[in-house]
Design a protein around this ligand. Structure first.
Ligand code: AP5
Length: 219
């Protein structure tokens, strides 16, 4: 099973991708996480990437495609993957088609999570993330048991630099300009499935599973 989770910033891609990957025993590949790891490492690539991420702009396609190519070749990615935040441009989608073709496989489904813009802004403003295990919380919608502390490993939670309101506005505009065209790209290939991402996380997860059961039956 090779699935892409598509949707604007804050739509719940990371939340759902993590659940889906755990449930099906396949890796969750999030380009945002790969890029943040590069930034944290402080190497040349990380310094280059940082300038894009902190402005809410997309990192150049060739940089992202090179990271994804390496990750898709790892042994744990051979049985399937959940792709989160990638592809994000039509050039990346074409690059993904080529990478999968070279690996002798193809994409099974693209799930578009739809959420109204006001809700996206509220979700990003209240998001807290564990810097160690990557678990994501929300101060209202999914609060940790102890405020500011990860339920899983007790680490202090942090807020992402790019969740500042002005950067969120830029990320939403970049999504509309550069990523939204992927909806038609995948619809035309019969791969697009729209899920209402404004429901409770559990209801969203169930809707995704229903879609994927249908996809598996068709193949
Ligand atoms: P990335 O890390 O991919 O960010 P994003 O796509 O903007 O998505 P987010 O992580 O902000 O949101 P999400 O949809 O995962 O929502 P989440 O589950 O966390 O990218 C960051 C940057 O990296 C980009 O701006 C770009 O610079 C660069 N980049 C990354 N990929 C790239 C690529 N392919 N090409 C070029 N550049 C790239 O949920 C959000 C909050 O809502 C959480 O608090 C959560 O608890 C809560 N929540 C989730 N679901 C629900 C629900 N159903 N109801 C209520 N609350 C919910």
């Amino acid at each position: 099973m090779r699935v892409v989770l598509l949707g604007p910033p804050g739509a719940g891609k990371g939340t759902q991708a993590r659940r889906l990957a755990e449930r099906h025993g396949i890796p969750h590949i999030a380009t945002g996480d790969l890029l943040r790891e590069a930034v944290a490492s402080g190497n040349d690539l990380g310094r280059q990437v940082r300038t894009y991420v902190e402005r809410g702009e997309l990192v150049p396609d060739e940089v992202v495609l090179a990271l994804v190519k390496d990750r898709l070749r790892k042994p744990d990615a051979q049985a399937g993957v959940v792709l989160d935040g990638f592809p994000r441009t039509v050039a990346q989608a074409r690059g993904l088609d080529r990478l999968l073709c070279n690996l002798g496989c193809r994409l099974d489904a693209v799930i578009l999570l739809e959420v109204a813009e006001e809700a996206l802004v509220r979700r990003l403003a209240g998001r807290w993330t564990c810097p160690v295990c990557g678990r994501v919380f929300h101060e209202l919608y999914h609060p940790p048991r102890t405020p500011g502390v990860c339920d899983v490993d007790g680490t202090s939670l942090t807020q992402r630099e790019d969740d500042r309101p002005e950067t969120v506005r830029r990320r939403l505009a970049v999504y509309a300009e550069q990523t939204a065209p992927l909806v038609e790209y995948y619809r035309a290939r019969g791969l697009l499935h729209v899920v209402d991402g404004s429901q409770e996380p559990q209801a969203v997860a169930e809707a995704i599973e229903t879609v994927l059961r249908r996809v598996v039956e068709v193949f």
